[in-house]
Ligand binder design. Structure first.
Ligand code: ZN
Length: 207
């Protein structure tokens, strides 16, 4: 599948903003990752640096823009597929960057920082809120969320990205993480679940 841009939304769940001591934003907090950071959660072992402090998992719903977008963008018209993803974050590095007021790229855009499952047909925003999504570490739930808790809903996110950056067919959007972020652990298996359904998994290797 051809993926153009990776947009991500930060602090989109109040309980997650609170756990990191961040204020809830007044408009969507958008950042991006290089497409080179993508890796598929197809059961593979994925390598991460062991010498750069904590690397946090952030499980998120990922939207795929499958149609050309106009300024009158409507979620259910242009989002054709969805997936689950993990936005990996070098948290200690990010904290330093925040203090200095520097861009987050090195903390968010490193190799394998954008884990994504296979995409499936988008059921519409309303249907989407009927399933919880979760991340499991060796079979234990570490994060669980529902899009009904989002601060900025899909429609607002799409309008904001379209207005500021332009949104095109082939772009994907990581829509933010619920609370429960924490450091990934060497040799643990992480499983991404949509409702009860396992959509993908990967094993962490720190080196
Ligand atoms: Zn995130």
């Amino acid at each position: 599948m051809n993926i153009n841009n990776i947009f991500c939304i930060g602090r989109n769940y109040a309980d997650h903003a609170a756990e990191l001591g961040n204020e809830v934003p007044k408009k969507p907090l958008v950042f991006s990752k290089p497409t080179n950071s993508l890796v598929e959660a197809n059961g593979r072992t994925v390598q991460y640096p062991a010498d750069q402090g904590e690397i946090h998992h952030e499980v998120e719903i990922v939207l795929y823009i499958g149609k050309d977008v106009t300024d009158r963008v409507k979620v259910d018209d242009v989002v054709t597929k969805m997936a689950m993803g993990v936005d990996l974050t070098l948290r200690d590095v990010q904290s330093e960057l925040k203090k200095k007021g520097h861009p987050w790229l090195i903390a968010k855009g490193f190799k394998n920082a954008a884990v994504v499952t296979e995409f499936w047909k988008f059921p519409g925003e309303v249907a989407c809120s009927e399933s919880d999504f979760s991340l499991l570490c060796d079979g234990k739930v570490v994060q669980q969320g529902n899009i009904s808790s989002m601060i900025f809903h899909f429609q607002t996110i799409l309008e904001y990205i379209q207005a500021n950056f332009g949104l095109k067919k082939g772009d994907i959007i990581y829509t933010g993480t619920p609370e429960g972020v924490g450091p990934i652990v060497d040799r643990k298996k992480y499983e991404l679940r949509w409702g009860d359904e396992v959509k993908g998994s990967f094993v962490v290797q720190l080196r």
